[in-house]
Design a protein. Structure first.
Length: 172
């Protein structure tokens, strides 16, 4: 095994929601590479406990498939609508549960931290985030949905916040 092979890690980012939950898997090596991204979508008319179970099951499957070294989750945006913030908080908890069920360390970041790290501007819009995700991952085009690009941005933010050398020094 070469030194470069040992300096690789896989980070999964999650953008929680109760109808759409984005996920993105990024490998860090010499460059950042998108491994996969997608959106778990559940109809809004399904009762919340069933939606959350469906999201948990799907995330658990993705985590089991890619075995990320770490999972980063976007914290809910605290808007004036307390009810929707509470629901998104529940989705965040489901994401944490799926990660913990696989013994994967979990980190969380605010939307502002993520935007600041990915675009250098904490008030960046969805289009700016999508474009910077495209550039940083060397993609031909931006991810189709903002949910998946936001999840990739969460993973990129975590990678930038925790340099690989820091991770390996913690393990030794």
């Amino acid at each position: 095994m070469t030194v470069q092979e040992t300096l690789r890690r896989i980070v999964m980012g999650i953008d929680p929601g109760t109808v759409k939950m984005g996920y993105g898997v990024v490998e860090e090596g010499e460059t950042l590479t998108m491994v996969d991204c997608g959106v778990v979508t559940v109809r809004a008319d399904i009762p919340l406990p069933i939606r959350l179970y469906h999201m948990y099951s799907h995330l658990f499957t993705v985590i089991t498939q890619y075995h990320p070294d770490e999972i980063a989750i976007e914290q809910p945006f605290m808007a004036k609508n307390v009810r929707s913030a509470l629901a998104v908080g529940r989705a965040e908890a489901i994401a944490m549960l799926a990660a913990s069920s696989n013994n994967t360390p979990v980190y969380s970041y605010t939307p502002r931290q993520i935007k600041m790290m990915v675009t250098s501007y904490g008030g960046a819009g969805k289009e700016q985030v999508q474009e910077m995700v495209k550039l940083q991952l060397g993609l031909a085009k931006a991810p189709r949905t903002s949910d998946s690009s936001d999840a990739l941005a969460v993973a990129i933010c975590h990678i930038c916040q925790t340099p690989i050398e820091y991770q390996f020094s913690r393990k030794s």
